[in-house]
Every structure is written in C-alpha cells, then in structure tokens.
Design a protein around this ligand. Structure first.
Ligand code: ARG
Length: 494
C-alpha cells in the first residue's frame, strides 16, 4: 500500500512499516474523532487564507474548499461517519486528509502547506472547547432558574442555617437556595473566561517555527472567530493552558454541584426530612423494598471526583514538558472531554433532580424550634441593652444550659429564669426568643430578611439571565457560516 492509500501522513524516510501494536498504542482516532467538525472548520479557514494569500491557486483552492465543505456537510447530516473510509489513520486529522484525498486527489495534499498537525490539533481543540463551554453556560442558566423559581416562593419559609452541620441561626429557604445560585453564577463566569481564553488562534505557528510562506495568521484567526493571534509560534503549539482552565472551571462547578447533591442526600434522609424526592428521580433497592435512594444526587457528588482528577492529570501532563509540542500533549483530550462531558451531564441531571424536590417546610419549621436557635439573637438583645458581647455570650450560655437541663427551648424558660441568667433582660425579651420572629430582623447585606432576599432575587435573576444572553450571543466562526451558506469562495467573507 502506498503512503497515499494507507493514509499515513509521513513515511518517506522509513524503510519499515510501523509495528501494529505501536500503531494502536499511539492512535488517537478512537477519542479525537469527536473533533472532526472542528478540524474541518480549521482546515476551511486555513485553505481560505492560503487562497487569499495566493499561496494556493484558485483551482486547487476551489477543489479543497468544496471538498472539505462536502465532507463537513456529510458529517453533520450523518451520511459520513469517521472511520467509514477504512484506513490506518493515526488520528482524526489523518482520517480527514485521506478522505479528502480519496475525493479530490492531489490538491488534498496541498491543504497542509504552511501548517503542521501541531498547530492544527490545537485549533480543533480550541474550537471544540469553546463550543462545549458555551453549552455548559447555557446549562448553568437552566439549573439556576430551577433554584430561582423555587426561591421565589420560599422567601418566608424558615429553617435552621447550619455551621459545622449543627443548627446555627434561622435562614429562609430562599436565602439558602440563592447561595447555590451565586456559586453557579460564579461558575458560569469562569466558564465564560475559559471560553475567551481558548479564543487565541495558534494557526500559522506550524510545527513551532512558523513558515516562510506569506501566511496571514490574523486572517485565519478572524475566519475562525478567534479574538487574538498567537504572539509566539513556540508558545502557540506548546500551550495547553486553555485546556487546564476549561477543566478547572468544570471541576469547580462539579465541586459546587457535589455540595448541593450532598445536601439533597442529607435533606431527603429520614433524619433530616427537609425534602422528598419525586419518584422520577429516585431509585429503589434490590433487597429493601421500602428504600427510595437519591442515586442521581449521589452520582453527581461522586462524579466530582473524576473531574478534580482530570485537572491534576492535566497539570501533571504539562509539568516539566519541554517546549514546544510533545506527543504527551495528545493525552490532553480524554481528560478535557470527560471533564466537560461530566459537567454537562451533571448539570442536566441536577436540574431534573432539583425540580423533582418537594420541600417539607413543616419539617424545617420543626427543626427551627429545636436547637436553641434564638441564642445569638438573645445575646445581641443583651448587647443592645448595654452588656458587652462576651459577657452576653457567657450569660446566654448559662440560659442554654438551664434550658437543656429542663429539656426545653429558650422560649419555654420562665422569664425570671432568663432574667436570673441575663440581668439586662426585660419583659420584651420574649420577642427575640422566637426564631421565626427574630430572623426577619437580619436585614444586613445579603442577609435572610425578606427585603434583602427580594433584592438578592432581583440581582440573581439579572446575573442568571446574563448567562443565557452570553451563550445566545456567541457567534459561530465566520468560515463556518460561509460553509453553511455556500459562500466559501466568495470574494470576501466578513
Ligand atoms: N494526534 C495528535 C494530538 O492529538 C496530533 C498532533 C501532532 N502530532 C505529531 N506527531 N506532531 O496531539
């Protein structure tokens, strides 16, 4: 078989064929096949730039652009599947080049002028990463909306807020759900930053030293919708910071989802009983007929682990790696793909699980009235009446001990007992002993008072809406639009 037929991208200097096990071991097609569309788009931009720069003839450019566009269209409709055209391709880039060569013959061999797979593969991965991050931002919006809508109807549903998983002070369910929303809003911002970070074009760096052809990297960057061009051809092909950053944004998002998922597991337990899971999102046990397990939530919590692992793996991959490209970098893909896939799948599942939660405000209220949640409020009351906070803390501690020994809450203690422990207390102390009456007074910034929570709801709605607007306004690469509209050879592509 000739080099051309087998699909090998090299071979001239080799007398013997590659060992089949080494071929399989080094082959990235099984996982980089998902880059096929992005690599085709990258090649369209490169070929168009070569044409505009008179590096390729009009005839060759027409054959190449038409051929690549046909392959892309067939891939998108499913008429053509990577691997359909059999050969011994070592990666998706080789598969595309051979597929094109089978269709248009010799001109296919000219697409690679002034380009190396080193810049090519990073172009495809950057395009892929950007699109995946846009989709993730859209999914963060959808999950945040579920929490926001629930928060809107629970501004005055009180429950204990926890520190050290011990009942601390009263908060509202809206206040609590908004805490998750804000974590997700920060995640969406990080995903957007990672998207922008990936928007630097390495195309034109070639293997590592650019080219002596009059290439125009700014033009190919423009055609691909990248905001910037590499400033250094060595860095361009060695850089995988955007991969680590995207994986990190996904991992931190998963860490946040895992905290929420753990809460779902706790809250739906008989011990907490703060929420019930709908049948559609819970699973049974093969032996214990009464069980209703929060398995989707458990898996979200569990899957966070692998995404953290991918960040470590990627950093370890880059550590000590000599500039510029090394084959080690081929290992970037599976880690990144899995981190992004896992985040996407978990966001989708989380939105369904969250939507399937029925909050048991009766149980939350019960918990609110057990656990001396008024203690801090009582100390603050004493401070307002002139007692130094440390002294007040000590006095309330005595009152708590007193209540504990009687097996009652602070508001069930006789007034004279409270006054004996806390000399500054007066008759109106009863107002601060009921957690439900005390909580709305916490109207400091970001606090649980309904007025404050209403403000938060408004700003959270705006922040969440921004995610949707951002995702919607991200434009596809101009060269891709030209492909869709059949204008690849038109005079100018904006
Ligand atoms: N499949 C490779 C990757 O994913 C292609 C990059 C260039 N390979 C090469 N031998 N120069 O990184």
């Amino acid at each position: 078989m000739s080099q051309h037929e087998s699909g090998a991208l090299w071979g001239g200097r080799f007398a013997e064929a590659l060992h089949p096990l080494i071929h399989d071991f080094t082959n990235s097609l099984p996982f980089d096949r998902r880059l096929v569309r992005y690599d085709l788009v990258g090649s369209l931009a490169h070929a168009r730039m070569l044409y505009e720069q008179d590096i390729l003839s009009g005839e060759d450019s027409t054959a190449i652009l038409t051929g690549l566009s046909d392959v892309l269209r067939e891939i998108e409709t499913g008429e053509l599947v990577v691997g359909d055209v059999k050969g011994e391709d070592e990666d998706v880039h080789a598969w595309i080049e051979r597929t094109l060569a089978n269709r248009i013959g010799d001109p296919a061999g000219r697409v690679h002028t002034a380009r190396s797979r080193n810049d090519q593969t990073s172009v495809a991965l950057r395009l892929y990463t950007r699109e995946a991050l846009i989709a993730l931002v859209g999914l963060t919006h959808d999950l945040a909306m579920v929490w926001l809508v629930q928060a809107e109807s629970h501004v005055a549903s009180w429950l204990p807020g926890y520190t050290h998983l011990q009942r601390g002070q009263p908060v509202s369910l809206a206040h609590h759900l908004l805490a998750h929303v804000w974590a997700l809003v920060a995640d969406a911002r990080r995903l957007q930053q990672a998207h922008d970070e990936a928007g630097v074009s390495p195309l034109g760096a070639a293997a590592l030293a650019g080219s002596s052809f009059p290439v125009d990297p700014a033009r190919s960057a423009e055609l691909l919708g990248f905001a910037a061009v590499f400033p250094n051809s060595i860095h361009a092909v060695a850089d995988r910071d955007y991969v680590a950053q995207a994986a990190f944004a996904a991992a931190l998002l998963m860490v946040h989802l895992s905290r929420w998922a753990d809460e779902v597991v706790l809250w739906t337990s008989s011990e907490f009983g703060f929420a019930r899971l709908s049948d559609t999102v819970s699973q049974g046990s093969s032996i214990m007929p009464q069980k209703k397990n929060p398995e989707a939530a458990e898996l979200i919590r569990g899957k966070a682990g692998r995404t953290i692992g991918h960040v470590s793996g990627l950093l370890a991959l880059m550590k000590g790696l000599p500039f510029a490209y090394n084959s080690d970098l081929q290992e970037d893909k599976e880690a990144l793909f899995d981190a992004l896939d896992t985040a996407g799948a978990s966001l989708g599942a989380a939105a369904i699980v969250a939507d399937g939660l029925e909050y048991r405000t009766d149980r939350m209220r019960e918990a609110l009235h057990g656990g001396m949640l008024a203690a801090t409020e009582l100390a603050d009351y004493l401070v307002r009446r002139g007692t130094p906070f440390r002294t007040a803390h000590e006095q309330v501690g005595h009152a708590v001990r007193e209540a504990e020994s009687r097996g009652c809450e602070l508001d069930a203690l006789p007034l004279d007992t409270i006054m004996a422990c806390c000399p500054a207390a007066a008759d109106d102390v009863v107002h601060v002993l009921d957690p439900e009456r005390a909580a709305p007074a916490h109207d400091s910034t970001g606090g649980p008072a309904p007025t404050r929570v209403e403000e938060q709801l408004e700003s959270a709605r705006a922040a969440v809406a921004q995610c949707r607007v951002w995702a919607r306004d991200c434009e596809p690469p101009p060269i891709y639009v030209a492909h869709r509209e059949g204008r690849l050879l038109e005079e100018s592509i904006p």
